[in-house]
Design a protein around this ligand. Structure first.
Ligand code: PLP
Length: 386
């Protein structure tokens, strides 16, 4: 089926077929791994669309088309990591530019902004943009971009993309959404008014904890052109095998996300019933402060749950070390369930007083719920909680 027609179909169909046209020479139904750095030219400057694999590679092109189509966008670019995708966008800004960013960002993104771009003279303002929020008073004459992760990490706060995009569009400022925690199967920021999507494809897109990668997706031709020039010039590109394996993961994205969401909702409900749990944070339970926004802009609550135990730090550390199915590890979004202690692991670089102020205390535990059987996962947690 041609790409235009395919792009109108449901996400589960697009995920399987986009960028996966059978190979014209052999009929192979899977895009081959074009493990080549260069391409023979018929005559100087006459080639079949590929000159050098930093610039373009057929395995990467197919994967990029699939990703763009899933987010409902015209263009997709992939990178060697989520951080190199973030860095590519940041390289398009100059000293004196003002950028508004959410105040609950992935620590690595905050580190890149604060240790490299702020000292260069880029003005970064971190704002609590979650829930009922008015962006307008924060816009200045030199504001050049708004950057958001929703849900945030690890407190899973929800920003109202549509509401915020009304302001960014009125001021012609690009709104960039890091859609890593949701994936296009649950949340489609471009349809809600955002201009650019970023992914750590290491997480739900790849989905199997076996490759590191990133992506930038947009329908804005001018922005795409800038990012494409940087992708080729700086060269932080994924190799053909990484593109192949992430593209293979992408084909089951819809199926996996449905199971991640179903499992996580069941576990969140179960945690809520326990007396030894002080607080459960999951966007699709009614006690979540941004439940209404989540219901409006997401088709599921996702696979991430954070919860606070009633005990102390030592008890929390003990619990995360006792699970057997939930593996004690950083990262998220794979088929296997993971458990971690944000204050000691993923968010240790944030000073304790700032962590406490945000509600990220030492009793907080974060789960990345996988696609195993939900009852087996509950039994594992039940034993660990004691
Ligand atoms: N954005 C978010 C929301 C993340 O969670 C991460 C990594 O955990 C990144 C970006 C960075 O991606 P990577 O680790 O693939 O470089």
């Amino acid at each position: 089926m041609n790409e235009k027609k395919l792009k109108k179909l449901a996400i589960a169909t697009r995920a399987v077929h986009l960028g996966s046209e059978p190979d014209p020479q052999t009929g192979a139904v899977t895009v081959p791994i074009y493990q080549t750095s260069t391409y023979r030219q018929e005559f100087p400057g006459q080639h079949k669309g590929y000159e050098y694999s930093r610039t373009d590679n057929p395995t990467r092109s197919a994967y990029q088309r699939a990703l763009a189509g899933l987010e409902g966008a015209d263009y997709g670019l992939t990178f060697a990591s989520g951080m190199s995708a973030v860095d590519t966008i940041m390289k398009t800004y100059r000293p004196g530019d003002h950028i508004i960013a959410g105040d609950d960002l992935y620590g690595g993104v905050y580190r890149l902004f604060s240790t490299f771009y702020e000292p260069l003279g880029i003005e970064l303002e971190y704002v609590d943009m979650f829930g009922d929020f008015d962006l307008e008073p924060h816009i200045k004459s030199n504001t050049k971009m708004v950057w958001m992760e929703t849900p945030s990490n690890p407190l899973l706060k929800i920003a109202d993309i549509e509401n915020i995009s009304k302001v960014t569009r009125a001021h012609r400022i690009p709104l960039i959404i890091d859609n890593t925690f949701m994936s296009p199967a649950i949340q489609q920021p471009l349809q809600l008014g955002a201009n650019v999507i970023v992914h750590s494809t290491t997480k739900y897109i790849g989905g199997h904890s076996d490759t590191v990668g990133g992506a930038i997706i947009t329908s804005d031709e001018q922005l795409y052109t800038k990012y494409k020039i940087l992708q080729n010039s700086a060269g932080a590109v994924p190799g053909p095998f990484d593109c192949f394996i992430a593209h293979r993961g992408l084909k089951t994205l819809d199926l996996r996300m449905k199971k991640h969401c179903r499992n996580a909702l069941k576990i969140a409900d179960w945690l809520q019933q326990r007396k030894d749990i002080a607080k459960v944070i999951y966007p699709f339970i009614e006690s979540h402060p941004h439940y209404k926004i989540a219901q409006r802009q997401m088709s599921g609550g996702g696979g991430m749950i954070s919860f606070e135990i009633s005990g102390n730090r030592e008890k929390a550390l003990e619990i995360v070390s006792r699970t057997e199915l939930f593996l004690l590890a950083e990262s998220l979004g794979g088929v296997e369930s993971l458990i971690e202690h944000p204050a000691v692991m993923t968010h240790a670089s944030i000073p304790q007083e700032i962590r406490e102020e945000k509600g990220l205390n030492d009793r907080l535990i974060r789960l990345s719920v996988g696609i195993e059987d939900a009852d087996d996962l509950i039994e594992d947690l039940d034993k660990a909680l004691g």
